[in-house]
Structure formats: C-alpha cells, structure tokens
Design a protein around this ligand. Structure first.
Ligand code: NAD
Ligand code: LMR
Length: 359
C-alpha cells in the first residue's frame, strides 16, 4: 500500500468503529460551531447543533426528518423516553449533511443536550376530542420542567423552542425553571405558535383565492382558543374582509387544532402540519443565529407589548435569539375586543405556569 494509504484505511476503520459505538460523546465536540462571546458568530462554518426532545412522537418523527434535511444543521440529537434507537437508525440513513445521534431515557438526557445551539421540545401528551389544551397541564408541566432543568444544566446558551401544550403555561414554566437555575435569558426562550400563522395563511388564501405562500397573517396573543388572535386587518397583501368572512376566518383559525383533534378521533392532534411549522420556525431561528437579517416570525415570548409578562407577536430573530419584539400595529375594533378576551385568559394560564414552579 502506498504511503498515506495506511492512514486513510485507519480513518475508514475508525469511522466504521464509531458507528458501532453507542454513545457519540467524543464526536460531539468535533462538529463545533463558531461562537462569539455571548452570541453566535456569523457564517458558522460547520453548521448548528440541534436537539429534539420527544423525537419519537407524532411531531418528533417528521420534525426529525425535516431537520435532517436542513442544510444549516450539522448535528441532530434525537431524545425521547421510548423508541429513539429505531427512529435514529431510520433517519440516519438519509444522505443529508447532518449527523444524527439517538438518546434514550432520562440517564441520556444530559448527553443529548450538551453543546446544543437549539433545543426543540415537542415532548408531552396530545389532546383527545373533548379536551382543552389546559387539560394537558398536569402531565406536560412536569415533562417540560424536567427537560428545561436539563437545558439549564447542559446548554444554558441554547435557543429553546417550546411546542408542548399548553404553550401559554409551558413557556412560563420554562422561564421559571431557568430563573431558578440562574440561567434565564428571555431572548432565548420562544413558544412555537407558527402553526397558527401557517393555518391563518392557508385559510385566508383560500378565501382570497390566492396561493398560501403569498399570504402573510400576523397571529398574536397565545396558543389556545380565544388567545389565538389573527390580525386580519394586517394581512399581506393588503385586503379587506366583510364581517361574515372575519367571523368565519377567526373561528376557523382559533379552532384549527380542535378541527384536527376531532378528525383524528382520539388518535392525537396535529403532527404533520405541526412538524412543518416547527421546522419552519427552527429554520428561522438558525438563520437568525447565522446572522441573516430581516428574520421576523410570530412567537410567544417574554414581552412588554402588553401588561402581561408573556405574549405572542412578531419578533425579529438574530444572533442572540430575539433581537426585537415588534409593536402590534394598529388594531381595529373587533381585534381590540379580541385582545381583551385574550389577555384575560392568558393571564390565568401564565399564573398557573409560574405557580407550578414556585409551589
Ligand atoms: N405548539 C403547537 O402548535 C402544537 C401543535 C401540535 C401539538 N402540540 C403539542 O405537542 C405535544 C406533542 O404532541 P405529539 O402529537 O407529538 O404527541 P405524541 O404523544 O405523539 O409524542 C410525544 C412524545 O413525547 C415523548 N415524551 C413523553 N415524556 C417525555 C419525556 N419526559 N422526555 C422526552 N420525551 C417524552 C413520548 O414518548 C412521545 O414520543 C403535545 O403536548 C401537543 O399538544 C403543540
Ligand atoms: O390542538 C392541539 O391540541 C394541538 C395544537 O395545539 C394545535 O394547535 O394543533
């Protein structure tokens, strides 16, 4: 064998051996991201490290697939309390750039989280017909608390995307966990409300006879019932609706989740459209981290746009996570009335989340 051939063969054998090793800890550091002092450096050469917690679930699996396809992702960690070996083996055969590693059960949570730039949390139980999102609180609050304790310990500078319901309470829960751990940075914690925007764009486009990709509807407030407040007066391209259209669209957007829960008849809630929405939102967060400009998405975040401590509205994403929370803009009378109802329900959901951690 010519000189250098031995070294190349050794490297190939090492790559085979590394596939046979169960835990990737030595490799995790290899795929490193350029970091600034507090923020990420522009143009991260090797891509970002992303963890999905709840990766074996109805959302987790298609979301893992979509993140494996994202060229900004270099390392994808899939964590769940069940089935991650199978999901990881399956996804890892896709010939895209991201390296995929699976982590199973609580003892592997810390390895799953160490070094991550973005953590996406769709872990938790979904609704069945007849339930509200708040009915999930008793189970999902504890799951989100445990996972966020892991984030605080292992990757306190990561951006966290919270999907688990009730989002109106689980985001305040995450904030309280981070405060207790002394790691809270409100710029890094984002509740995922993108599915409300995705639905609003689709339903408004149907009414207007437009391509949904050309329609943009801000949806503010929160992510449950009346707290989902589409601003139909601010649709882009500019348009107007009569009162019947406003009533139909508002109700349909607010009940989009329930529409899917009922159609699935006990088999869960939105998973595929949610994975699409979560992947879209995660991609926006990563493009922000990379330093792209003009990245604006709606999200449920710590906010001062109203008197409430958390509120969903348009936020500008950047290298430090949330760089700016945009103002709500002019609301019409119908939207102002909706905002009052939103605030009343949101205040209770936020208080419930805060109380869960402080008790
Ligand atoms: N934010 C949104 O717009 C939105 C949209 C749809 C669903 N959701 C919510 O997302 C959550 C997940 O929905 P789904 O359909 O994927 O449910 P699912 O039951 O199909 O999957 C949930 C996954 O979480 C895992 N899990 C449970 N406890 C865990 C823990 N302690 N650590 C890690 N993983 C754990 C389960 O094993 C399962 O694989 C639900 O709470 C649902 O209401 C939110
Ligand atoms: O409706 C649900 O329970 C899931 C999710 O919040 C949704 O909006 O689809």
């Amino acid at each position: 064998m010519e000189q250098g051939g031995d070294a190349a063969a050794a490297r190939r054998m090492e790559r085979i051996a590394s596939h046979l090793r169960p835990t990737p800890s030595s490799q995790m550091e290899e795929v490193s991201l350029l970091r600034g002092s507090n923020c990420r450096a522009k143009g991260a050469a090797t891509g970002f490290k992303v963890a999905i917690l709840g990766a074996s679930g109805g959302i987790g699996q298609p979301l893992a697939l979509l993140m494996k396809m994202n060229p900004l992702v270099s390392l994808l960690h899939l964590y769940d309390v069940v089935n991650t070996p199978g999901v990881t083996a399956d996804i890892s055969h896709m010939n895209t750039g991201a390296v995929v590693r699976g982590f199973l059960g609580q003892p592997q949570l810390e390895n799953a989280l160490t070094g991550m730039d973005l953590v996406i949390i769709p872990a938790g139980v979904p609704r069945k017909p007849g339930m509200t999102r708040d009915d999930l609180f008793n189970i999902n609050a504890g799951i989100v608390r445990t996972l966020c304790q892991g984030v605080a310990k292992c990757c306190p500078k990561a951006i966290v995307n919270v999907i688990s319901n009730p989002v109106n309470s689980t985001v305040p829960i995450a904030a309280e966990v981070f405060k207790k751990a002394g790691t809270y940075d409100p710029k890094l914690l984002l509740g995922v409300t993108t599915l409300d925007v995705v639905r609003a764009n689709t339903f408004v486009a149907e009414v207007l006879g437009l391509d949904p990709r050309d329609v943009s509807v801000p949806v503010i407030g929160g992510h449950a019932g009346v707290t989902i407040l589409p601003l139909l007066s601010q649709v882009n391209p500019p348009c107007s609706f009569n009162s019947e259209e406003i009533s139909y669209l508002t109700t349909r957007i607010q009940n989009g989740g329930t529409e899917v829960v009922e159609a699935k008849a006990g088999a869960g809630s939105a998973t595929l459209s949610m994975a699409y929405a979560a992947a879209k939102f995660a991609d926006a967060c990563l493009r922000g981290l990379r330093g792209d400009s003009g990245i604006v998405e709606c999200s449920y975040v710590a906010s001062q746009v109203t008197e409430l401590p958390f509120f969903a509205s348009k936020v500008r994403l950047g290298r430090c996570g949330i760089e700016e929370i945009l103002s709500l803009g002019p609301l019409n009378e119908f939207e102002r009335a909706g905002l009052e109802k939103t605030k009343k329900e949101l205040a209770e959901s936020i208080q419930k989340g805060v109380a869960f951690i402080s008790k």
